[in-house]
Design a protein around this ligand. Structure first.
Ligand SMILES: O=c1ccn([C@@H]2O[C@H](COP(=O)(O)O)[C@@H](O)[C@H]2O)c(=O)[nH]1
Length: 239
């Protein structure tokens, strides 16, 4: 059975392998799942994935692909071959692009006889606030747009979405119990928001229906990252 620990994904937003190794060693068996984003992957490449595999950790490779359907589908095939647990595309790339990616991921994993990575779609970035949103001149509100994109992603055959915990409840209602909701923008009570806007505490995110919580700086920038991670896991367990 999946443990609460496996629902916490720690964001490795670092530039060097030295920082990655230090954090992963410090967190030890408290954390089993890590997110590798653009800064780390573009900086050190495959070395971080090889290291995390050697450490027995799961990886969400967060490269947020956005391009025409064929390009994203081929990119998704390449990422599937890396053997990571989760990859993503931008939902705003549209249904045809998401469908092409989902089909290619399934086909590639079946050909290689490897587990299929979860394919999820980014909805509206958790850093986006109402003022920024207004500047984009969208006709719908942020929650309406997030739910709309989540439904499109589900119809296109994706496994879930990235969204703020503030929209998790509405996505759960619209997309049902099996659709993965992955929420960054999680901040323990009193923690610095940094550049996040639509946030909630770990307990509130889970109660709203989030399945995976992506947390970076509240752990990675803490004076004692292991204590910070254990406190978050304790809050998640209680929730
Ligand atoms: O909408 C999104 C999509 C991705 N992220 C990523 O999650 C982490 C959050 O890190 P914190 O330090 O906890 O803010 C980061 O890697 C983002 O690239 C997101 O925040 N919002």
């Amino acid at each position: 059975m999946e443990q609460i620990r496996d629902r916490l994904i720690v964001a490795l937003d670092f530039a060097t392998m030295a920082e990655v190794r230090q954090l992963v060693e410090t967190l030890g068996n408290a954390v089993s799942y890590y997110k590798v984003g653009m800064q780390l992957f573009y900086g050190v490449g495959m070395e971080c994935l090889t290291y995390l595999r050697e450490q027995g950790k799961d990886v969400f490779l967060d490269l947020k692909m956005h391009d025409i359907p064929n390009t994203v589908a081929q990119g998704a095939a390449s990422l599937t071959r890396l053997g990571v647990a989760m990859i993503n595309v931008q939902a705003s790339g549209g249904p045809a692009m998401m469908r092409a990616a989902a089909e290619k991921v399934a086909e590639t994993a079946a050909d290689l006889k490897i587990p299929r990575p979860k394919l999820i779609a980014v909805t509206v970035l958790t850093s986006m606030n109402e003022t920024e949103w207004a500047s984009l001149r969208s006709a719908s509100s942020i929650p309406e747009q997030v739910v709309h994109l989540a439904k499109l992603a589900q119809e296109a055959g994706l496994d879930g979405v990235v969204a703020s915990p503030q929209e998790a409840e509405r996505i759960r209602e619209a997309c049902g119990p099996d659709f993965a909701i992955v929420t960054p923008g999680v901040r323990p009570q009193g923690a610095a928001l940094n550049d996040q806007s639509r946030v909630a505490t770990p307990a509130a995110a889970l109660q709203a229906g989030a399945h995976y919580l992506v947390i970076g700086r509240p752990i990675t920038a803490a004076a004692d990252p292991r204590m910070a991670a254990l406190a978050i896991l304790e809050e998640m367990k209680k929730a």
